[in-house]
Write a protein that binds this ligand. Structure first.
Ligand code: NIG
Ligand code: FE
Length: 405
């Protein structure tokens, strides 16, 4: 009997979306241990390939495991009251200015214990996993003091230990100004730079550092100070930028070599050029656009023309995107922003991985990690076309079957 690390599995006659494109012919795919061992056209599959494999069946659409590169899954409380207030006409910015929004989640998150936060976040992450996610980024940003930010990051790390998914953590200390620093945003940025970034680094809890560059959050100059601190600690950076207005945060982040700039509805030509120059990924978040009933479209056609890779993510969070379904984001990215289904899928596989500093992951090719999804859909485009939970037939994480049989 082969042991589990050498176990060979064979899928026949699958349509493969390889992370960048749909392969033209039906394929045979073999995994061995934690890796993809072979990827060959069906008509070239011979006896040698099949030798010693367990038969995983025939047909279906295979994609890399989905990569959700932007989430805020760890939080206390809920914001249904804010949802209702926005439906009655209050804007996201107005609610934030009167101490609601992100700050209401900060209050609930500070009060919650690590165990409580873990118990709350677990079913959210299980929902993403059931919809095909094998890699997820999770941000802090609802603690806004050193102890509470570290508490959130520890919860994120524990989720990755307890569930069959790769968790990448991001310190988002500069998400909002906590009430105890009212009137002293520079003082708070001092705390982020001098205490939070060093503490998260020393504890090994942050894989990257993020900021919210916006009028209701932090200025370009303040965000740049956070990036300088991150760089001094060897951490890659990214930014929530150009979501509600154009401040130039994206161009500044790109000059610092940002992995990604996220939201970017208000991004201008200079920002796009800076991203192209830096090789930053544009993270498109249609869930927040939809939830906040925004009207300013991200500059998709210009990003496409410039060759800036576009990722698509849920932005799952209690305020601007309480939507915990990655395949819904594929649909919204196409319907709201006119991405092609292939672009949307690449955004949640290969380009999502690049946005996390994992370039080369989120692909189906020989030698790649066997993080795979097999779907009951007619074609890869079918995943974006219909919104229908339960289409995941099989899921492999690091070569282990975690869903289906
Ligand atoms: O990505 N834009 C800022 N931050 C989050 C929203 C967080 C919240 O509203 O709780 C976002 O949309
Ligand atoms: Fe976000």
């Amino acid at each position: 009997m082969p042991n589990s690390t050498s176990k060979r599995r064979l899928w026949r006659d699958v349509r493969v979306f390889d992370g960048l494109r749909t392969l033209p012919e039906p394929m045979a795919v073999v995994t061995e241990g934690t890796r993809i061992a072979s990827l060959v056209a069906m008509r070239d599959a011979d006896e040698n390939l099949v030798e010693g494999c367990s038969d995983m069946g025939r047909g279906g659409v295979m994609t890399p495991g989905l990569v959700d590169c932007h989430t805020h899954l760890v939080f206390g409380g809920g914001r249904a009251d804010e949802f209702e207030a926005r439906l009655e006409g209050a804007s996201y910015e107005e609610i934030a200015r009167r101490g609601g929004g992100i700050l209401s989640t900060v209050r609930a998150t500070r009060e919650a214990s690590e165990e409580e936060l873990l118990a709350l976040a677990r079913p959210r992450l299980e929902a993403l996993i059931a919809d095909g996610v094998t890699t997820v980024e999770i941000k802090s940003g609802y603690g806004l003091d050193v102890a509470s930010e570290l508490k959130m990051l520890r919860v994120a790390r524990r989720l990755g230990e307890e569930l069959p998914v790769r968790v990448v953590t991001t310190l988002l200390g500069a998400h909002a100004l906590p009430p105890e620093f009212k009137g002293d945003s520079d003082g708070y940025i001092d705390l982020v730079c001098r205490e939070m970034v060093p503490a998260a680094t020393q504890a090994g809890l942050a894989d990257a550092v993020d900021v919210f560059c916006e009028k209701i959050a932090f200025s370009v100059a303040q965000c740049e100070r956070v990036f300088v601190a991150a760089e001094a600690h060897g951490l890659p950076i990214k930014a929530h930028a150009e979501q509600l207005s154009n401040l130039g945060g994206t161009a500044m982040a790109a000059r610092h070599g940002a992995l990604s700039a996220d939201h970017i509805e208000y991004l201008d030509a200079a920002g796009i050029a800076a991203m192209r120059e830096a090789g930053s990924v544009a993270v498109i978040l249609p869930g927040a656009f939809h939830t906040l009933r925004e009207t300013q479209q991200p500059p998709i056609a210009a990003l496409r023309k410039a060759g800036v890779p576009m990722a698509v993510a849920t932005d799952a969070n209690p305020g601007s995107s309480p939507l915990f379904m990655p395949t819904l984001m594929l649909n919204l990215a196409c319907t709201l922003f006119r991405l092609t289904p292939q672009e949307a899928l690449a955004g949640m596989t290969a380009h999502g991985a690049t946005a996390l500093g994992l370039a080369g992951q989120g692909r189906i090719r020989e030698g790649a990690e066997a993080d795979l999804c097999l779907w009951n859909v007619e074609s890869p485009a079918g995943l974006a076309y219909a919104v229908q939970p339960g289409r995941l037939r099989q899921r492999l994480f690091q070569g282990e079957l975690t869903h289906g049989n």
